[in-house]
Design a protein around this ligand. Structure first.
Ligand code: ATP
Length: 433
């Protein structure tokens, strides 16, 4: 079955806009993961698809049929919740078989065979004669999934954080099994989580939501490697991306300076993004640098290095993280508005001179339009003793290779890979999918 949300909005009583003009198309057999922080509207989308909540405006299409007013029973949809409720007095076998018994379309041997087949697929065959109280949390959740899937003609599976109540090792195993199962059944699946690892591992496509609106949608590699907004770049990735505020200075035909105040990076004029950045002359942009876009510089090339003091070195087993005081201005993503809260044509907002004052003031005091690159008189590693210091940026290392806490070091920035966003957090150098 296909699912299509066409400009779907949900407003709850009290003017709570839980879902805001969402466009989402799910192909038959596709696994789409709805990812976003608590309260971004994920569950509400599932409930509208299942028919448990009315659509306030927009159209919901199921298999090409307008489904806004279709009853829940007629939607042919299975749903698994975070705490899959089971009938406590019934065995696992009976719990899984229950929807089949109600439907009354299969004879007993066929029903038994179907239950066994599902239990085998979910790795719970040995528990078929137990009651729910005799199962672990992971096993209970598998039974809930088995029950949701037992009616074989179910065409869409909706899963609302089905692994949230499990510990890390169980989550991992069951996540793999869910992925294998829905793919083997060719089931159209919409899966809700706020866990980026789960989303990246399971999805054919990830839809990232914030404040009810879709921020980005694409394959895991697309949304991680080529994010549409600063929010998406910040939400995906561990440790999170370094998001810095900078001013753009264009020297036509020569280079573009990304000016952090105390330090600068440069793009050569041959860089494909130089042309785009001419529209942002003397304006604020946000620069996204993932921790693995930084490396220890032996002989840093001009315009692609930052200097800083090592604030901390953390050993994480498979990697090290270095926290560097670089004296740049970090952007708190919560101060960058969600797409749903921005005016129309957000992509161009930062280039509009009328908005510049507001954008600069939102990014904090002291950001005024200037006539050329700044030279900060007190870079981080030259500050006076006692002046407040903080770890500005995070980078990952295979090993600290001669670095020590307190040392002033140079790091090379993979300038070609870093992301650029306007002050509203819209990507300005995005490669089209
Ligand atoms: P979580 O990850 O915490 O489950 P979510 O992304 O699934 O969150 P929703 O449960 O869809 O988010 O809620 C979206 C918004 O709608 C929230 O602000 C929530 O408080 C609000 N909301 C949800 N249900 C109702 C309701 N019945 N009446 C009013 N507001 C509601």
């Amino acid at each position: 079955m296909t699912v299509f949300l066409d400009h779907v909005t949900k407003v709850y009583d009290g003017d709570v806009r839980a879902v805001d003009d969402v466009q989402l198309q799910v192909a038959k057999g596709e696994v789409v993961v709805l990812l976003g922080p608590s309260g971004c509207g994920k569950t509400t989308i599932l409930r509208m698809i299942a028919g448990l909540e009315e659509v306030t405006s927009g159209k919901l299409w199921l298999n090409g049929e307008l489904a806004n007013d279709l009853s829940t029973q007629d939607r042919n949809i299975a749903m698994v919740f975070q705490h899959g409720a089971l009938y406590p007095h019934c065995t696992v076998r009976k719990n899984i078989a229950f929807p089949l018994e109600v439907a009354g379309v299969l004879d007993k041997p066929s029903m038994d065979a179907r239950v066994r087949e599902l239990a085998r697929g979910l790795g719970i065959e040995a528990t078929l004669d137990r009651r729910p109280s005799m199962l672990s949390g992971g096993e209970r959740q598998r039974v809930a999934i088995g029950r949701a899937l037992s009616k074989s003609e179910r065409a869409v599976l909706l899963m609302d954080e089905p692994l949230a109540s499990l510990d890390a090792s169980r989550r991992h195993g069951l996540r793999e099994e869910i992925g294998a199962l829905v793919r083997s059944l060719d089931l159209t699946t919409i899966y809700v989580t706020h866990d980026q690892v789960e989303a990246l591992a399971l999805a054919d496509r990830i839809a990232v939501l914030r404040d009810g609106a879709l921020e980005d949608i694409g394959s895991p590699t697309q949304v991680y490697g080529n994010p549409a907004t600063a929010f998406v770049a910040s939400f995906l990735g561990s440790p999170p991306i370094n998001l810095l505020s900078a001013t753009v200075w264009v020297e036509h035909g020569q280079r573009v300076i990304i000016d952090f105040g105390s330090q600068q990076l440069q793009l050569p004029w041959t860089d494909p993004r130089a042309e785009i950045l001419t529209q942002y002359q003397s304006l604020t942009v946000l620069v996204g640098i993932r921790p693995d876009m930084l490396s220890q510089a032996r002989e840093p090339a001009a315009g692609s290095a930052l200097q800083g003091r090592v604030h901390a070195l953390e050993y994480h087993g498979h990697e090290w993280l270095a926290r560097l005081e670089v004296g740049v201005r970090l952007v708190d993503i919560d101060t960058v508005k969600a797409r749903s809260r921005r005016p129309a044509s957000p992509g161009r907002a930062a280039a509009s001179p009328g908005l510049v004052g507001g954008i600069l003031s939102r990014l904090g005091p002291g950001r005024t339009r200037r006539s050329g690159p700044a030279s900060d008189p007190a870079p981080a590693h030259h500050r006076q003793p006692g002046e407040h210091r903080r770890a500005d940026i995070v980078m990952r290392l295979d090993s600290p290779r001669g670095w020590d806490v307190g040392q002033v070091v140079s790091v090379t920035v993979d300038v070609a890979s870093m992301y650029l966003f306007n002050a509203d957090g819209e990507r300005i150098d995005k490669v089209p999918y």
